[in-house]
Design a protein around this ligand. Structure first.
Ligand SMILES: Nc1ncnc2c1ncn2[C@@H]1O[C@H](COP(=O)(O)OP(=O)(O)OP(=O)(O)O)[C@@H](O)[C@H]1O
Length: 557
């Protein structure tokens, strides 16, 4: 499909974008029944749903089914999921995951739930990059890294030229098949971008309007977002590409911050402390006011010295502190790194690997599984973990409409992760390997705090509703109910002595005021925590978010 650029002066509205991007009708099946697919096993558990592998009974093609879970049946089909579906239906590029069908599962007669469960159907991909990199038997060669990176940049150039911000660029969202094709997945946070599309030689350019800065998973979050820039650009995705590139080079994530403050610190360690030269105007960013980082030159060349000057040079371009000067996808594709030996491999020449998905590592390795997770929310929550059931569990069992079940909404029960289900796919290499990494970072607070999206355009692909106070349900560890007319998820902080999250008033003009008041309220909650617990209790019981904020405060001091 031809990229459509309305030109710098005339950004496209989501509606005109949709009209300009109609995919041929034949490329989308429509709505099938879940019984048209044979479920083969669980592939992943994202923030917003579970992903299962299945085979189409008609075509025999292997597919992935992403279950759209709803916390509350009465909330209806989540509008943010609708937006993700709508966007995915428009996109058509070799390096962007394609939505092929929607499948519906009607509840059994005996089932209490009334609404059907919907599944998004995409082609099955053998790996996600995160899972693949975690496999100790897999070692990427330089031509292979170049091949994946080229495909990632092609996919991103397509998205950016079409005014789409992905906003959750990370290795786990890059799917790879055994034909060597890489595809960008998970458009749950993507949105229409109203700024000018990046121009050759023009970096990311200047942002035109404000969006929420609480997007992108922490390890992949660029410094400008960590410092709360709201007028950001497509350059936020390019930072994520830099992190993924570094991760492919080193075989593990390169910036594994334990809190937002720590994340900034390690970015400064790598890229140098910002100055007016390297990041003009950084001091006036809202999140930088209290920062006085110790000066350091950055150690990028040192850390990647074995990877060659070409890789270092491209990495430097992608990990530029100054988002305006950060290389865009178009220019990155022209970087000499791809023209110098060893040349990029062709996808078809790449070796085949044992299938690997992030979920396997999370379930069997990652300490994240055992931690109380950061509050997560958004469109759809987490179903009950089908730990002790077969691969088809969750299908016609009614799980799709369950709420979250663990402490603080953990995907796991309070006592930590369950034992692996009998017979579930489990690559041998994942049983005996523990990597020395901190727990995976939480998804952006944005997912959790419905109000953050309020800064976004109403047409945002992940915009949030805004009116009315939430109806709290209280009770430790549970989710708070969202108002029926909205697709919010309110994580509960009751155990922390706070209440649930609140959301901004409907009136846009009051939104920013509200945000400020909300932050005050947040701070008060942290103070409350400090006062009300001795330090030992606190370190045991504070949620990661509150802990992060305390740590951030210390860093900022
Ligand atoms: N088409 C697919 N083929 C194979 N595996 C897939 C596919 N789609 C998703 N997965 C697996 O499921 C995981 C979660 O999928 P996805 O990122 O779309 O869900 P999410 O709920 O939005 O997750 P996140 O928490 O990252 O936002 C992926 O990391 C991947 O391992």
């Amino acid at each position: 499909m031809k990229a459509v650029d309305a030109g710098p002066g005339a950004p496209m509205s989501p509606r005109s974008f949709a009209i300009a991007h109609q995919r041929p009708k034949s490329s989308f099946l429509g709505c099938s029944k879940i019984t048209d697919y044979e479920i083969l096993g669980k592939l992943g558990e994202g923030t917003f749903g579970e992903v299962h592998r299945a085979q189409s009974k008609k075509t025999k093609a292997h597919v992935a089914l992403k279950k759209i879970i709803m916390h509350n049946e009465k909330d209806g089909f989540p509008i943010t999921a609708l937006r993700e579906i709508k966007l995915l239906k428009l996109l058509s590029h070799q390096n962007v995951l394609r939505l092929e069908d929607m499948a519906v599962e009607h509840p059994a007669r005996t089932d209490k739930r009334k609404r059907p469960i919907m599944y998004m159907v995409t082609p099955y991909m053998d790996h996600d990059l995160s899972g693949l990199l975690d496999n100790p038997t897999v070692h990427f060669t330089e031509p292979q890294i170049k091949c994946y990176l080229l495909q990632l940049l092609e996919g991103l150039r397509y998205l950016h030229e079409n005014h789409i911000l992905h906003r959750d660029m990370k290795a786990a969202n890059l799917l790879i098949n055994n034909k060597g094709i890489l595809q960008i997945a998970d458009f749950g946070l993507a949105r229409h971008y109203e700024g000018p599309t990046p121009k050759p030689g023009g970096g990311g350019g200047e942002g035109r309007r404000e969006y929420t800065s609480l997007v992108v998973t922490r390890w992949y979050r660029p410094p400008e977002l960590l410092m709360s820039l709201k007028r950001y650009t497509t350059a936020i995705d390019m930072w994520g590409v830099g992190c993924v590139f570094g991760e492919m080079l080193l075989g593990k994530p390169i910036l594994t911050g334990e809190s937002d403050g720590h994340q900034l610190e390690i970015i400064f360690d790598l890229c140098g402390t910002p100055t007016e030269e390297t990041m003009p105007g950084w001091k006036s960013l809202p999140g930088a006011e209290a920062l006085s980082p110790r000066p350091r030159p950055g150690n990028l060349s040192q850390r990647f010295r074995e990877k060659g000057s070409g890789a270092i040079s491209l990495l430097r371009e992608l990990l530029k502190l100054d988002w305006r000067a950060r290389v865009n996808a178009h220019d990155a594709l022209q970087h000499p790194y791809f023209r110098n030996a060893p040349l990029p491999a062709q996808p078809g020449d790449l070796p085949m690997f044992e299938e690997s998905h992030e979920f396997d590592r999370r379930k069997f390795h990652d300490r994240k599984a055992a931690l109380p997770p950061a509050p997560k929310g958004g469109t759809v929550g987490r179903g009950v973990l089908d730990s002790n059931s077969g691969p088809n569990s969750g299908f016609n069992t009614g799980e799709g409409f369950h709420g979250r079940n663990g402490a603080n909404g953990s995907r796991y029960p309070r006592n930590g992760p369950p034992p692996p289900p009998p017979g579930e796919r489990r690559p041998a290499w994942q049983r005996d390997r523990d990597r020395d990494l901190p727990p995976r970072p939480p998804v952006p607070h944005d997912y959790a705090n419905g109000w953050d999206g309020a800064a976004d355009h109403p047409d945002s692909y992940r915009g949030r509703g805004r009116d009315g106070p939430p109806r709290g349900r209280g009770g430790g560890g549970g989710a708070r109910e969202a108002p029926a007319d909205r697709d919010f998820y309110y994580p509960s902080y009751d155990r922390e002595g706070g209440g649930g999250r609140r959301e901004p008033p409907r009136d846009d003009r009051r939104r920013h005021d509200w945000d400020d008041r909300h932050h005050d309220w947040d701070r008060r909650r942290i103070d409350y925590d400090d006062r009300s617990r001795n330090s030992r209790t606190r370190s045991r019981s504070r949620s990661p978010v509150v802990r992060d904020r305390d740590r951030d405060r210390d860093y900022r001091r």
